[in-house]
Design a protein around this ligand. Structure first.
Ligand code: DAH
Length: 331
């Protein structure tokens, strides 16, 4: 048995000692012709020998199989005894995490999450939002124009500079009452530095119904702030101008670092501006096919990158998009 080194040799051994023509089988077959007393003794002996031979066979089979995996491994075969390679687990990008969190807060308040195109018509991005060509407000939004021939009606294509165009797209399709939030990417033709990116994220909000007032706007945004920043952070509204709202406001929250006394993060003001908002301008409602005599609404738009910046005290916005795992793994 020790001399056997291959399956073929072992097969030959099995046929010889345990096969149909083997001596042991002949003995077992012949038992019937023996007298009872002798049959007992011979039977017991033959059976125990057979068991022993079978055990030897099994042992040799196992050792041959093990030896094969280790020594003469076929090309491409896998050695299942080697330890596995650890798999790197990824996780959701910090900006996406904030977007999900905001989505959850607003859906629980009855808003629906919708998304829109990043390549947009000039009409939706500007014109329908009460920003006609030559309007000075266009200067504040440096735009990437898409080098495509204008549509038949003269509309030109661009990368959207804000998520506000979805206000019009939704009004065109849905009748009030409506409450939506629009998270998404926006683009501005701007040089990149520690506080500016040419691509960033916003979330837009829009609520339209009969009898919506500034109180609804403030109530909804206060509630958002309580849920997102905590119940102790004070919130401030001040007048601001955006062509698509009247009146327009900006909302600021108390600085997380100095709690209002003034520090470097908040430029000594004690407040950090986080969003623009207002009552939807009647012209915008009209552009969306909604009668401003019957309905009113509020809208808001918030930059996303600033939020984790403020939450975690990050001093360079470019870190979010430089794909440095030492940074991203911290969230
Ligand atoms: N779209 C504006 C921006 O990108 C933000 C904004 C301000 C959105 C006021 C609104 C709003 O919906 O009512 O700067």
């Amino acid at each position: 048995m020790d001399a056997i080194t291959s399956r073929e040799e072992l097969d030959a051994w099995r046929i010889k000692y345990l096969g149909k023509k083997s001596a042991i089988l002949a003995i077992l077959k012949g038992l019937g012709s023996l007298p009872v007393e002798e049959r007992k003794v011979a039977g017991a002996g033959a059976n125990s020998l057979k068991n022993e031979l079978e055990a030897l066979l099994k042992e040799k089979e196992a050792s041959l199989a093990g030896g094969q995996a280790g020594q003469d491994k076929a090309p491409g075969a896998v050695d299942i005894t080697l330890p596995g390679k650890p798999v790197d687990l990824g996780h959701i990008h910090p900006i996406t995490q904030v977007l999900y969190e905001l989505g959850e807060i607003f859906t629980s308040m009855g808003f629906e999450v919708v998304e829109g195109p990043e390549v947009e018509w000039d009409y939706y991005n500007f014109e329908a939002l009460n920003i006609p060509k030559e309007h000075p407000a266009r200067d504040s939004m440096q735009t990437f124009w898409v080098d495509a021939p204008p549509a038949e009606d003269g509309r030109e294509m661009l990368l959207r500079t804000h998520t506000s165009p979805m206000q019009i797209r939704v009004m065109e399709k849905q009748k009030p009452p409506l409450r939506i939030v629009v998270p998404g990417r926006v683009f501005r033709y701007e040089a990149t530095d520690a506080t500016h990116l040419h691509m960033f994220h916003q979330i837009e909000g829009l609520a339209i119904d009969k009898g919506i007032t500034m109180a609804d706007l403030k109530g909804s945004l206060y509630e958002f702030s309580r849920r997102f920043f905590g119940p102790d952070r004070r919130v401030r509204f001040r007048c601001d101008f955006f062509p698509f709202v009247e009146p327009g406001v900006e909302m600021a929250v108390e600085c997380a670092v100095c709690h209002g006394s003034g520090c470097r993060l908040c430029s000594q003001s004690g407040w950090i501006e986080i969003l623009g908002a207002g009552m939807v301008h009647p012209r915008v409602l009209e552009a969306g096919g909604i009668d401003p005599e019957e309905y009113s609404g509020f809208a808001f738009g918030m930059g996303i990158e600033r939020i984790p910046l403020l939450r975690y005290g990050i001093d360079d916005i470019r870190l979010f998009y430089s794909n440095d795992l030492r940074f991203l793994r911290q969230f």
